[in-house]
Design a protein around this ligand. Sequence first.
Ligand SMILES: Cc1cc2nc3c(=O)[nH]c(=O)nc-3n(C[C@H](O)[C@H](O)[C@H](O)COP(=O)(O)OP(=O)(O)OC[C@H]3O[C@@H](n4cnc5c(N)ncnc54)[C@H](O)[C@@H]3O)c2cc1C
Length: 394
Amino acid sequence: MESYDAIVIGAGVIGSSVAYHLARFGARNVLVLDRTQIGAGTTSQSSGILRTHYSVMENVEMAKASWSIFNDFSGYLDDEEASAGLVKCGYLVCAPEGSKLEPLRSALAGQQAQGIEVRLLDQAQARELLPIAKFDDAALIGYEPEAGFADAYMVATGFARAARRKGVKIMEGVNVERLLVEGGKVVGVETSRGTFHSNTVVSTQNIWAKDIERWTGVASPVVPERHAVLALEGPEAYSFQMPVFKDLGSPGMLYCRSYGGNQMLVSEGTVGETLAQPDNEQGDISLDYIVDVGAQVAERFPSYETAGLASSWTGVYDVTPDWNPVLGRLPEVQGLVVGYGFSGHGFKLSPAVGRVLAQEALGLATDVPLAPYSIERFRNGRLLTGKYGLGAVS
Ligand SMILES: Cc1cc2nc3c(=O)[nH]c(=O)nc-3n(C[C@H](O)[C@H](O)[C@H](O)COP(=O)(O)OP(=O)(O)OC[C@H]3O[C@@H](n4cnc5c(N)ncnc54)[C@H](O)[C@@H]3O)c2cc1C
């Protein structure tokens, strides 16, 4: 039986980041197992938006640490060919009078208190940045210049490649069928390609985290939720220079960004379709949904009244009851560290999450405290629910 210092289950952007950081922090003998391919899970469905705007301050800190890595991805990995595909176009967020106004004001102030550059803009200044939109209902507009979007698949493969260069073994097409536990301690995993031994296992299985519940009997509070993403082509380009935009005034709390330098990528920031089973295959997108989102877009971007649908896809979020991840050890199973439940906002946290999960697995001090993200919050009621309520802003 092969033996490893640590085994990572799942090679999405989170597992790849964990694997790289395990090696970076000194683990010599690390194995990553994925039943499909690196980045082929929900990572490849991501909209890729990067911001530090959150109402949960723990997330602001994690996103800020991650941004500094995205901003110098190749330098951080010491690989001049690595690229995150970063487009640093900034992040614009606005709210009208009403229930989202105070959460926005307090989130912007919270970011500033953590030393993040955030500007308050008037409607004319917002139009200068995003001239295809109108802001006549906006009571508060925030702008985060150090933000934008990147490519989650490129980041996953970048971390995986850097991990391999440090000696990590990544096996694709290997299904983990069971966690092996003896006397309450992890001793390895049983897979479609045999048994591998380790006293440290990190599970980064996203919507498939219910496996942990089956293997250990410890509940995994995660539900798979499908969301649709549309690419629209309007008469006016949504260029790479224009910021990512979050419209807290629209019924669907829309987010949009440039797609390919010309089209608009748009999706709703609200609750999606709950699936009975974890499954990231493509789902149907109804014509009613497209018409509804199109109407919301046209409210904000008048010339998009005549926009056409260029492409569309679905992706699945791993949603927890407070829309924030579970990070850290499972108290019941010694040697098992988990990172799941990213609820549609895990890409922007992935570098910092990889660091802290690797630190935790190796028994090192973590960059930020993991206690707020512990699974025990669902037992003691200390939830991390954001001020915007449930939804991917958090
Ligand atoms: C439509 C959509 C839009 C999004 N937009 C954004 C955004 O704009 N910004 C942002 O920050 N985040 C966004 N996200 C969220 C972000 O993309 C995810 O949080 C992140 O990619 C999750 O990475 P992961 O590694 O946890 O999961 P995954 O990429 O799903 O990886 C999990 C891996 O585990 C493997 N696996 C599971 N079980 C087993 C097993 N038993 N044996 C072997 N392998 C196993 C799977 O094969 C899979 O490859 C979005 C997500 C979606 C779906």
